[in-house]
Design a binder for this molecule. Sequence first.
Ligand code: CAA
Length: 420
Amino acid sequence: MALPRRAFLLGGHVTPFLGKKHPDFIWKGHPDFGTRDNPTLEETITAAVRGALEATGVAAADVDRIWIGNFVGELFSNQGHLGAAVVGAHPDLLHKPALRVEGACASGGLAFASALDAVAAGADVCLVVGAEVQTTASARQGGDYLARASHYARQRPLDDFTFPALFAQRAREVYGRTETTEDDTARVSVKAYANAHRNPLAHMQAVPLSFEDARRAGDHNPAFLGNEALRPYLKVSDCSQVSDGGAALVVVSEAGLARMGLTPADAIEVVGLGVATGNLYADGDPLALDTTAVAAARAYAQAGLSAADVGVAEVHDCFAVTEILMYEALGFAPRGQGAHLVREGRTAIEGDLPVNTGGGLIGFGHPVGATGVKQLVELVRQLRGEAGDYQVGHAPTVALAANMGGDDKTAVVSLLRAGG
Ligand code: CAA
């Protein structure tokens, strides 16, 4: 069943994703230390909003409804109430209905899903924002904050770095019980860093990662978990980054397009959306992302498409093993066979199904509330041939985004089509 009202993306904006090891990230050894600071949450939201309005040519006064995805602004930035923060980004947004959506690392995807609901209900021009600033805390303190996306009472004691530990558990099962090896997850990370090197917005744009370094733990790539039973299954290079950043995009109805003097051919159509939620208090199958698979099935059914139609994808690679499990949950490969895609180079920029072309969460970075929105802006750029040095060459017409919160607890899968 198609969307109740047609919905289109006009495009958007992504701020640079900043954090440790990015050349512009201010830390005590940086030459600019003491003369300037890293952008705050307020500045990040403002930059994303203003950038999206400018990129799409939409006047702030024309926006009907606003959503922002953010996970834990209260903890990293002592700031909640972020609907009002978006309104503060532009004087002409004053008194617009604006609200914040939270679904852990899928907050951005859920903000987008909320905007689609509003279009279905009659809204014509929606602004969707995602933002997170995380470098205000150490990675270890951030591990505690991010653990709020797990079942904290039960899972927090696993490790100071709770989410890395949760996915080390999955990696242990995947390495032990399927064909996927540590070399395969190393290939995922090497692909992510290599793509990030072509992306001027990426957190890891200047950080080299060789296959030799990625495939085994060492001084440059420590196995860092305190939990000794899980430590062998995860290295720093397997992990998404602790990044600051924002993204925003504009979603419109057909009437919204007409209001701007545009036609469907000028925009990217949203043809399918699947949202699914798992039980926070129960562990799923460690070898599968079952919630994501349900969201994907719903999105494909709505679009009347299958995995074979997808020409480019953004998937939630919070850890390298997650990307391989995503390939399987999204139907790109049969269960247990996802590693073949990365082994054969099929998900490289030059492959037939490029995945995470700007570097993904591992290379581009992962400011958690921004990620789901950034994925969609990335896909619009790929479908329009505007992805610069990491543009794919085969002119895809269908794109898929998969954004995940927690350990496969909230999943948002979106399908986009170019060409009206
Ligand atoms: N040898 C041994 N141990 C070392 C080491 C070495 N050479 N170098 C570092 N370490 C250890 C230390 O214990 C260090 O911790 P302390 O400094 O506190 O002692 C730890 O490794 C981390 O080192 P750094 O702080 O120097 O590393 P970093 O700042 O570069 O961070 C990272 C690396 C810990 C992997 C960090 O990037 C990280 O936490 N990434 C994951 C972020 C995350 O979990 N995001 C959420 C994903 S889950 C999701 O998307 C769903 C959801 O809803 C949450």
